[in-house]
Write a protein that binds this ligand. Structure first.
Ligand code: 5GP
Ligand code: ZN
Length: 114
């Protein structure tokens, strides 16, 4: 846990967020600056700075987090399609350095993303 980390503080409910799911090792909540009609963030309770900072030993944890994406997508009616994004590193657009999985849906996406 990083004392100053925004997402650690959200996970500990020190900072409010619109929570959608809580498991033993993950929380999911709405993004405050949504890039789609549905924009959900899934974060591990454990502080991992980015995907690049994850260890091989995190693989089962990350698998559980990833599998929350289709579960939440189904709950929010995104059966026709949703996008899962992990930005790793500043050049990739990561702005909060606590690993998080974006789940976006409710509109059509282009590929490549640009
Ligand atoms: P990144 O750019 O690091 O991949 O994604 C960070 C995401 O966190 C952004 O989509 C941003 O809108 C979201 N975000 C930043 N601050 C907050 C906050 O205080 N609360 C919530 N719910 N989302 C946040
Ligand atoms: Zn953190």
């Amino acid at each position: 846990m990083s004392l100053s980390c925004l997402f650690c503080r959200i996970a500990k409910r020190e900072i409010p967020a619109e929570f959608l799911e809580e498991t033993d090792d993950f929380v999911a909540f709405k993004d405050t600056n949504p890039q789609a009609p549905q924009h959900i963030l899934i974060i591990p309770r454990e502080h991992i700075g980015s995907l690049s900072d994850a260890a091989d030993s995190h693989a089962p944890l990350l698998g559980r987090g990833l599998m929350l994406a289709p579960k939440l997508a189904k709950r929010f009616g995104l059966e026709t399609g949703f996008r899962v994004v992990i930005n790793s590193g500043a050049q990739a657009g990561q702005t909060v350095f606590h690993l998080h999985i974006h789940v976006l849906g409710g509109r059509t996406f282009r590929w490549p993303p640009g």
